[in-house]
Ligand binder design. Structure first.
Ligand SMILES: NC(=O)c1ccc[n+]([C@@H]2O[C@H](COP(=O)([O-])OP(=O)(O)OC[C@H]3O[C@@H](n4cnc5c(N)ncnc54)[C@H](OP(=O)(O)O)[C@@H]3O)[C@@H](O)[C@H]2O)c1
Length: 269
């Protein structure tokens, strides 16, 4: 299943998050995910694992066009010139001729300059779509006043406890696709323990994590759950043979606390 971004590029609605997937073990998990059918992989310069992603892609033997690879630049690349160098570095690390989606990782004071370098690489066809991450409505409005290309994606914290449906709607009205980081709330077991999710899952023979991911997708939010375990990787992608009812969606909405689970995101407010 795919969504079409504001520039006509198609993006899968589920991908693999890769925080912490490093070294040989990380590479193996990424390869396993591709073998299980994952076609989108989310990495970042900050995660220090672009090389592992590149190696797994090569080993998989999957045609490049079938894959959708996302990466991100962060604060060490905080100028137009540094960001240009960083883009080349990502291409080299990933061993790719082009990157599908390149994001500015956080709303830095130099985000526009960094985005300017992404925009140039986008025009040079080294990147198929460009976007941002962790921008709230205020930050986004500021950014949109001056950026030359409307971001295709904003990757934000989003899970059953803080789906940010209002921000998603706002982004949608601007033509920007929402992508959820921590779609399983970071795996701290709180999702697995939720009675509401368990009960709904029983109707469809699904576990709470699968219901939680499906909830986001049915709310038009693309998900990138991370796992290092084959069993979890299988569970997370096996969510396209059931549909939550309107009543289910309403019940799950009651879990929304309106508050981030990640205190460190507060400095972007
Ligand atoms: N843009 C940003 O600022 C930003 C910030 C954070 C994350 N991200 C991206 O978003 C991705 C996802 O976020 P995340 O990794 O923080 O959290 P997440 O995907 O919500 O949760 C990952 C955790 O859930 C566990 N898990 C996965 N599938 C499970 C299942 N089926 N049942 C039970 N537990 C399960 C994993 O453990 P196992 O490995 O043991 O399965 C792992 O500990 C990241 O990997 C990264 O690519 C971006």
């Amino acid at each position: 299943m795919k969504v079409t971004l504001n520039n006509g590029v198609d993006m899968p609605v589920i991908g693999l998050g890769t925080v912490g997937l490093q070294g040989k073990d990380g590479e193996k998990s990424i390869l396993t995910a591709i073998e299980l059918g994952y076609r989108m992989i989310d990495t970042a310069q900050m995660y220090g694992n672009e090389k592992e992603v590149g190696n797994a892609i090569l080993q998989s033997g999957i045609n490049r066009e079938e894959l959708f690879i996302t990466t991100k630049i962060h604060s060490p690349s905080n100028s137009y010139e540094k960001a240009k160098v960083a883009i080349e570095k990502s291409l080299e690390n990933l061993k790719l001729d082009y990157i599908d989606l390149f994001l500015v990782h956080e709303p830095y004071s130099q985000s526009l300059e960094m985005y300017g370098a992404l925009t140039e690489a986008y025009r040079d066809k080294k990147i198929r779509a460009i976007g941002i991450s962790n921008f709230n409505q205020r930050r986004l409005d500021e950014f949109l006043r001056t950026c030359e290309v409307i971001p295709a994606v904003n990757q934000i914290e989003s899970h059953v406890f803080y789906p940010q449906l209002n921000l998603k709607e706002y982004l949608k009205n601007k033509g920007i696709q929402t992508q959820a980081w921590a779609p399983l709330a970071g795996g701290n077991k709180s999702v697995e323990k939720q009675e509401i999710l368990k009960k709904i899952g029983e109707k469809y023979n699904k576990i709470p994590s699968q219901v939680a991911l499906r909830y986001l997708i049915q709310n038009e939010i693309v998900v990138i759950p991370k796992s290092s375990k084959k069993e979890h990787l299988k569970q997370n992608i096996n969510i396209f043979d059931f549909e939550l009812s309107i009543k289910d969606l309403e019940s799950i909405k009651s879990l929304d606390s309106g508050k981030t689970l990640y205190e460190w995101t507060n400095h972007w407010q």
